[in-house]
Design a protein around this ligand. Sequence first.
Ligand code: SF4
Length: 253
Amino acid sequence: MIMIRVNGLELQATEGGNLLEVMRAADIRIPAVCFHPALKSATGICRLCTVEVALPGKAPAAKRACLVKTVNGLVVQTESVAVQAAREKAMRSLLKQAPQAERLIHLAQEFGIRIDPAPDGCIRCLLCERVCKEVVGAGALKAGKRDGQRLIEPVEGRCIGCGTCANICPTHVIRITDEENVRTISIRGEVIGRHPLETCEGCGRRFATPKFLEVTHERAVDHHPDVKEHHRWCPECAKRLSPRVSGTLTRRY
Ligand code: SF4
C-alpha cells in the first residue's frame, strides 16, 4: 500500500490505482460523466474530474483524475480556485453541446459550478420592446436583468393585446394564444397580457381585444372617419365590407 494526500487528508491506496476511483472510494466527491468503472480504460474526455496534482518533488499541475495513477506521496487538491475554474470551463463546453442535459445541470448544482442559463429562444434583438413602445404606444415590454442575465420582461398592466410583438419577433418566442374567447400574450411562458376578445360586428367571430379596439378608435378616428363606424370589423370583414371594395358606402376621406 502507498500513502497519498487529498485536500490535506492522508489516504491509503494501491500503487498504480486510478486516482478518481481511489478518491471516490474514500467518499471524496469528484464530478465526471465520461468515466465508467465497467469499462477497461478512462479517456478524460469530459475534463470534469480535473484536479490539482503534485508528484513528489514537483510543482502542482492540473490533471484529469481519471488518467492519474496513484504513486506514493501524491498530493491532490480537489477544491482549489484553479480546479473550480477548470470544472467551469469543462462544464460550459459540455453544456454547449447538450444544454438540456439534466445530469449536467444537476452536477453543476451539486458542485457549485456556475453555468449560463439555458437558451430561452430570445435573441435580445429588442424589436418587440421597440415596436410596442414606438408604434403601438403601449410600452408593455422592457429590457431588464434577472440573475445577471439580460432579458425582455412584461410591464404589468400595459399590454393592449394587439399581438404586434409576436408578429415581429424573428424567433417566435412571443406567443399569442386565443382560447375560450381570451387572448393571452406570453414570452417564455410568462404572461405579458391577458384580455377578453370582442366580437366582429360583421361575422360574429371573436377577433380583437377591447383595449386594442379602443386605441385603434382613438388614434384613427380623426384621420379616417370611416374607422369610427367600422373599426369593430375583423380584418376579413373590413376588406369585404369596406366602402372602397363594396362601393355601397360613400368614402368620406
Ligand atoms: S401585444 Fe402587448 S406587448 Fe405585444 S406589442 Fe401589443 S401591447 Fe405590446
